[in-house]
Design a protein around this ligand. Structure first.
Ligand code: SF4
Ligand code: SF4
Length: 363
């Protein structure tokens, strides 16, 4: 008998808009589909209150840049009024934090996840770098609320990892090092997604030996307490937790994933997300058969949609990913041949990583 998985967090993408245009980002931020009109405040609140009744207690607010949404503080207030047992996680690039810090500090259950790719000022090309204003905001906020920095490790900034650890340690904030997530469309206008991935992908696994040497303690990172998503490791170094998220570790997949063109995608199944256009789906999953439109639907329909998406996640099993099939050089060398095979076998001329890897196996 399959054991029941713990109810995961619920992500909510408030908007696709962002004040940054990071070249590695999707045109729609965290959302899978570009949204032209964000859900109104009242509809978000209605959907979140149904989610609360279904048992969700951890709400992760994401975007785009959620601080651009003028009613963000009201949405935080509304989540807090659902009950006194909620936790709110806010993902942000941090640039606009200063305008709201006083307001945010009122909520001890509000945790911040700030994207920062470098503290090295010579890295002018990296979209998310440190500024004096951001440093002041991080320093101020970390005294009252939990703050973690999420650093995307690329070939361009891999040398900065230890400076970033010292920086986080000086502020006593945790650090997550994660690898490049492959998207079929990115904002980079110079490279295709495939070229960009080949140029910048860095396997964060390579950091493990040096992190292990410096760590006082190594443990499984509890973000996976919900038993889905990619397993992560945490290294206690200089008083902070340094977390590694390596997409090649494997993830959780449902039997329905097997017929998906992206299988095995680099994220697998984890928490549900309400996208800014009002679709409920397992986070980042492009497979429309796992998507349900919940905006402006009856309470009964919305509840059924929550049950459906949870059942997709709950009926998933962990599978490892074959690293050799994702070997970048192999993909580059065989790109023409692979494109041909993809066209013939899958009727698609977009060589995304997963299709390429499967096509390579069949060459
Ligand atoms: S700050 Fe985040 S959402 Fe905005 S463009 Fe960069 S990666 Fe995308
Ligand atoms: S995109 Fe969705 S359906 Fe496809 S493999 Fe990934 S999680 Fe499964």
């Amino acid at each position: 008998m399959q054991t029941q998985k713990k109810l995961p967090q619920l992500a909510i993408s408030l908007t696709d808009d962002c004040n940054y245009k990071c070249y590695y980002c999707r045109p729609s931020g965290s959302s899978v589909n570009k949204c032209t009109q964000n859900l109104p405040f009242e509809e978000f609140v209605r959907l979140l209150s149904i989610a609360y009744r279904k048992g969700y207690r951890v709400f992760r607010i994401t975007g785009g840049e959620p601080i651009l949404r003028p009613d963000l503080v009201d949405i935080i207030k509304a989540i807090n009024s659902l009950g006194n047992d909620t936790t709110i996680l806010l993902g942000t690039n941090g640039t606009l934090l200063g305008d709201y810090i006083g307001e945010f500090k009122k909520y001890s259950n509000l945790k911040f996840f700030v994207g920062l790719d470098s503290i090295n000022k010579s890295h002018k090309g990296l979209p998310k770098g440190i500024t004096q204003k951001l440093y002041n905001n991080l320093s101020d906020l970390s005294k009252s609320n939990f703050v973690r920095i999420n650093m995307l490790v690329l070939n361009s900034n891999k040398e900065d990892v230890w400076d970033m650890i010292s920086f986080c340690s000086s502020l006593k904030i945790d650090l997550k090092l994660h690898d490049l997530y492959y998207c079929e469309k990115i904002l980079d206008t110079i490279h295709s997604s495939e070229e960009f991935f080949d140029k910048e992908y860095y396997n964060v696994n390579q950091l493990i030996p040096s992190l292990s040497k410096r760590a006082k303690k190594i443990s499984k990172y509890p973000e996976n307490a919900s038993d889905c998503g990619i397993p992560m490791m945490s290294f206690n170094i200089d008083g902070i937790n340094v977390i590694i998220k390596d997409s090649l570790k494997g993830s959780y997949y449902n039997s329905g994933c097997k017929s998906c063109s992206m299988y095995p995608c680099l994220h697998g199944l984890y928490c549900p997300i309400i996208e800014s256009n009002g679709t409920l789906q397992p986070s980042n999953c492009i497979n429309k058969k796992f998507h349900k439109l919940i905006a402006h639907q009856s309470m009964d329909e919305v509840e059924k949609a929550f049950d459906f998406v949870y059942s997709v996640i709950n009926n998933s099993k962990f599978e490892t990913i074959d690293e050799s099939s994702l070997n970048a050089n192999k993909r580059v060398q065989n790109i023409d041949l692979v494109s041909k095979v993809i066209n013939e076998k899958h009727g698609c001329d977009l060589p995304c990583t997963q299709r390429v890897s499967r096509a390579l196996q069949s060459v």
